[in-house]
Design a protein around this ligand. Structure first.
Ligand SMILES: [Fe+2]
Length: 143
């Protein structure tokens, strides 16, 4: 049961970044599945932790590329990421302290945020990356 669906309209046209966005969507759907089927709290916690960790990894990759290619919007983009991570960590903390409703709140928050962020914020760095020598076919084996 998918709550969030990937659409090619969300492609930033750099393969690895698309793959990472798809992975984020997959984990969000996994969390949704775990919540909808009322999985054991520990199992929900595992998926929630994975979502938090993968969000951090994905942001770190984007931020590294922005620095490599001297992207002028780096500071602003980094600040947006930091704010999201802060919110996500707050949700994780609430869940750990016993709030069971927080998983769905986190999902709704990320769902509203993700596509808007990809379209308005992520797509803005692509031109700089490509001009700097990034290849659309880049996958993680290239770095
Ligand atoms: Fe981003």
């Amino acid at each position: 049961m998918a709550m969030v669906e990937w659409d090619n309209a969300y492609s930033v046209e750099i393969q690895e970044i698309d793959e990472q966005h798809k992975r984020l969507i997959d984990i969000m759907n996994e969390l949704y599945g775990a919540l909808a089927s009322k999985s054991h709290r520990d199992d929900i916690g595992i998926v929630l932790d994975e979502l938090v960790e993968y969000t951090k990894i994905h942001f770190a990759v984007e931020e590294t590329l922005m620095r490599i290619f001297h992207y002028e919007g780096y500071d602003q983009h980094k600040q947006i990421h930091d704010n999201i991570v802060r919110r996500v960590l707050e949700y994780q903390e609430k869940f750990r302290s016993g709030d069971n409703k927080v998983g769905m709140e986190l999902l709704m928050f990320l769902k509203d945020w993700l596509f808007d962020h990809i379209n308005k914020i992520d797509k803005a760095y692509v031109e700089t990356f490509i001009k700097g020598g990034a290849k659309k076919t880049w996958m993680k084996k290239f770095w």
